[in-house]
Design a protein around this ligand. Structure first.
Ligand SMILES: [Zn+2]
Length: 413
């Protein structure tokens, strides 16, 4: 079955069959045994009665209590990223490698990765799974990878001009950092090899405006891929149309639930992605509240693929929730406005004072430019009504995932 071309009915039938088959597998997980006591088989009607798994649940139980004993050989222990609290550890099995390979092969085929590619992986290593996924995801395409870690930028530039790197894989902000370094040092762009053709993002949100900047500066295509530490990445990935992540619906069942009332939302409506893994994953997820906000659309993509597409808006560390009004401001939308202004530097900080005062600190690309703050504020007001203040300040790049939102109790002044 080609899951990029199945109808929604075919996908649903397949997912329900899988859920039913996997009921016994889920029951092997000590953490889930009690939750599934009354479920003979998971089906279309009763799945909504299974309690949601939250990050706190994962932290409360040891990795071994969250492991389906005897289902496959344990290969590694990985941790979640820990960006929103203490990381949790989970077990990774040999068969999980095969599923990662299957998912990655589909994602990388869509953007034309092949055996001639030399791929530079720029990521820190450690217990988190991201570097491992970056390393594994190109193997099914027989591409060559080099794990560079997070080297000094001068070493990276040297490496770049001496080897025929065709793809760079990193956090989106790294593309901006490398651009900043080349501009600041006035390094010649014509030494960058003409093979360089794609920049692959993962691990953080990518705004259209940042994508455009990186594409224009390096003359490459920027593609975004999606994953979560508790499963792997890429679970979903973009096609050359760059219009959302094509979903691998045979591997993961995704429910989109209203963040406030926790009921399913309609296609195209904002909600939280809740994941159930559909293979004998060593540490399976069953209705896992990912805390990732976004929406799914079912219309056929311009590329001709029918697979539903997922659009990520953000995670709690990058959004402001007004619980009274049930309204959310995503920093991704703020970034999209800021970075469309060529004078604004690629990094910024949003500081929320109290409930309604949002100060945005940004630096300028050149000290001589005059920033039209009023225009930016008008554009921001069109997305959400806050008391905005734009402040020009000196900002430097952080290597890694930047903190973009800081919340303070007090108000302006
Ligand atoms: Zn497409």
């Amino acid at each position: 079955m080609n899951f990029d071309h199945c109808s929604l009915e075919e996908i649903k039938d397949y997912q329900l069959k899988k859920l039913s088959e996997l009921t016994e597998h889920f029951k092997k997980v000590p953490f889930l045994t009690e939750r599934l006591r009354d479920f003979k088989k998971i089906d279309e009607n009763n799945i909504v009665d299974i309690p949601i798994m939250k990050k706190e649940d994962l932290r409360r139980f040891s990795p071994y209590e969250r492991t389906a004993k005897g289902s496959q050989t344990m290969k590694s222990l990985f941790s979640s990223s820990g960006t929103t609290g203490k990381p949790s550890i989970y077990a990774w099995g040999k068969n999980d490698d095969r599923i990662l390979e299957k998912s990655a092969k589909r994602c990388m085929s869509r953007v034309g990765i092949n055996e001639n590619d030399l791929i530079a992986l720029i990521t820190s290593t450690g217990t988190g799974i991201m570097w491992y996924c970056f390393f594994q995801q190109y193997q099914p395409m027989d591409a060559t990878t080099i794990l560079l870690g997070t080297p000094p930028l001068e070493d990276l530039y040297y490496f770049f001009i001496n080897y025929p790197i065709s793809v760079v894989t990193s956090l989106p902000t790294f593309g901006s950092l490398f651009e900043y370094y080349i501009r600041k040092k006035q390094l010649p762009m014509d030494k960058i090899p003409f093979n360089f053709r794609q920049f692959h993002c993962g691990g953080d949100f990518l705004s259209d405006a940042r994508r455009q900047r990186i594409e224009d500066f390096f003359s490459v295509d920027v593609y975004d891929f999606y994953g979560i530490s508790e499963i792997f990445g890429p679970i979903f990935g973009e096609c050359p149309e760059k219009q959302g992540f094509h979903m691998n619906n045979d591997l993961v069942l995704v429910e989109v639930l209203d963040p406030f009332i926790k009921e399913p939302v309609k296609p195209g409506e904002l909600g939280v992605f809740v994941y159930t893994t559909l293979w004998n994953k060593l540490s399976p997820l069953l209705r896992y509240w990912s805390n990732d906000y976004g929406y799914i659309i079912n219309e056929e993509c311009k590329c001709g693929r029918k697979s539903p597409r997922l659009f990520l808006k953000g995670r709690p560390e990058n959004m402001i929730i007004d619980k009274e009004k049930k309204d959310i401001l995503f920093i991704k939308d703020v970034e999209n406005i800021l970075l469309k202004h060529p004078d604004v530097f690629s990094e910024y900080k949003c500081i929320l004072h109290g409930q309604k005062d949002l100060k945005i600190q940004c630096a300028l690309n050149s000290p001589n430019c005059e920033l039209d703050k009023e225009l930016i504020i008008k554009e921001l007001e069109l997305i959400k009504n806050y008391n905005y203040e734009i402040q020009i300040s000196d900002l430097t790049f952080e290597f890694g995932k930047p903190t973009r939102l800081i919340e303070k109790e007090d108000t302006f002044g």
